[in-house]
Ligand binder design. Sequence first.
Ligand SMILES: [Zn+2]
Length: 217
Amino acid sequence: MAKAVKKKKHIAERMCTVCRKRYPQKELMRFTMDQNNEAHIDLRGKSAGRGLYLCHEYACMEAVLHASGKRRPFNLHKDSRAILEGLHAKQKQIDCKKENRESDVLQLLGLARRANKLSLGFDATGEAIKSKEAKLVLIAGDVKENTLKKLRKVLELNPIQSVSLLNKEKLSKALGRGSLAICSVNDQGFSEAIMDILLGKKINSVEGNKESEVKNE
Ligand SMILES: [Zn+2]
């Protein structure tokens, strides 16, 4: 268990007790055990004793709070349980918001597509960037490294905003094209609306937005 791993970087890493993924120590919750073998959350990360670490993934917190018997990584002291339950609920909200944001973006992309305001795929997107039609470039999170390099070169010469979001599968499905990793939004309004969602600015609904646009004209 006590395997010394030498790291080149200075960032101290620890492993989540549940998912066993390594994270920078500062990003993890630390727990220390008392004499009754109950874990206390160590919010300042300075309590003495051997620390157990937990990441902020919903499933990992869930395991500590609700797994039964041997599957439970450790027993929580009741005060710490209350704190972790709060964090767990907050994480659920964050995950939920992220899902909502994704579906809002996909909905807007669908509308933009019908309005013929998208260029799909590397070649078409490249053309749209060069001709200054593109206002925003969307890149699937799992784009191939080579494609990304080529795109970066185009963007270096023609700097416009680009964001990484979703994945090829979701983009392809939403826009009805096989294996879509890159597209551009060629409309200022749609670009801004998408960025607003991604930045967490509130817009009530796509429909509401349209109405206010009509009123402005
Ligand atoms: Zn974890």
